[in-house]
Write a protein that binds this ligand. Structure first.
Ligand code: ZN
Length: 347
């Protein structure tokens, strides 16, 4: 089967590779339709590693996928042939303690698509356990279906933030994860969400979302603006989605007393912590590592129109153009929000 294979750092080929073709009793086979390019895919392409995970053998990229069921295992009772679906790209052991406690995203032995040595889904067909495959409603496109994966990250953050109706949020970083986090926070009850970035081009995306209020860090003082517009109180919910050490400073200058802080943009370097303000303001911290139980609520919010990710899909490539798509993604153009690859040209 022809798939997009990362051979090693900076070497990608669309070539034949042996992938499983026989389904197990609990599996389904999916004809892939659309796959989004994630920051992690680009990182593996550019650096050949992320933290502890190294690409030591050729690996198929892609984990943000949607498609159509073409075969079901005999134990599968919900899905059937022809269903349009998106795939939660993690296989966890039902015997793991993390799974039993409902936090399977922390299962240390999880097999996550396109995380070495696990192959991803930039291939015409994939096999996956049926319980991690979710139907999408007719009013959602495959492109939107492939956005459920990044959306699930934002949804996880917002779920952890325990938003109360009418609260004010602040998101640091206006990339795809910052945007889906902001939109999830609005869907979760925030009255408005500020979203800050140092690149003004990225903030243009807010034109599509009236309740996402852009703050251009190249021109404006974030804490002054926040304090002025919240009568000196600060924001109730803070989401770090940039991965930049500098962004953490805004926690201490922009948060209200009792604010919840959710860290989503993971950081490889140690980050200074202002413990005095943490104590005096009683800030509550949460972290996000992937997601658990977020696909169904994410799909419902997309289906109802309460979250619209369509404007974020800024360019779609053909499967044959996959290598070019990654070269483009590696340019990190600020106006490219989500690049996707359409594998199935039929629909
Ligand atoms: Zn992703």
């Amino acid at each position: 089967m022809k798939a997009l294979v990362l051979e090693k750092k900076l070497e990608l080929n669309l070539r034949d590779i042996n992938l499983p073709t026989k389904i197990g009793e609990d599996d389904v086979k999916i004809k892939m339709h659309t796959v989004g390019i994630c920051g992690s895919d680009i990182h593996y392409y550019e650096h050949g590693k992320i933290g502890q995970w190294h690409v030591n053998a050729p690996m198929v990229l892609g984990h943000e996928g949607s498609g159509t069921i073409i075969e079901v295992g005999k134990n599968e009772k919900i899905l059937k042939e022809g269903d349009r679906v998106c795939i939660e790209p993690q296989v966890v052991s039902k015997k793991s303690k993390e799974y039993k406690l409902g936090m399977y995203n922390y299962d240390q032995k999880v097999k996550f698509w396109a995380t070495p040595p696990v192959h991803g889904c930039l291939a015409p067909e994939v096999i996956f356990p049926g319980d991690m495959v979710f139907k999408i409603p007719d009013n959602l496109s495959y492109a939107e279906g492939a956005m459920v994966e990044p959306l699930a990250v934002g949804m996880q953050g917002v779920t952890k933030a325990k938003i109360k109706p009418g609260q004010i949020g602040l998101v640091m970083g206006c990339g795809p994860i910052g945007l889906v986090t902001g939109l999830s926070a609005l869907a979760g009850g925030c009255s408005k969400v500020y979203i800050a970035d140092i690149l003004s081009e990225k903030l243009k995306m807010c034109e599509h979302y009236p309740d996402l209020i852009p703050v251009d860090l190249s021109k404006e003082n974030l804490s002054e603006r926040i304090m002025e517009e919240t009568n000196g109180w600060g924001v109730d919910r803070f989401f770090e989605c940039s991965g930049a050490v500098k962004a953490y400073e805004a926690i201490f200058s922009c948060c209200s007393p009792g604010a919840h802080v959710v860290l989503i943009g993971n950081n490889a370097e140690p980050v200074p912590m202002n413990w005095a303000i943490l104590f005096s303001k009683g800030l509550e911290y949460q972290t996000v590592h992937r997601y658990s139980h977020q696909y169904e609520p994410s799909i419902r919010l997309l289906g109802s129109g309460k979250i619209d990710v369509k404007p974020m899909i800024t360019h779609t490539f053909k499967f044959e153009e996959s290598v070019a798509a990654f070269e483009r993604a590696a340019e990190h153009r600020p106006t490219d929000v989500k690049l996707q690859i359409k594998i199935d040209e039929e629909k």
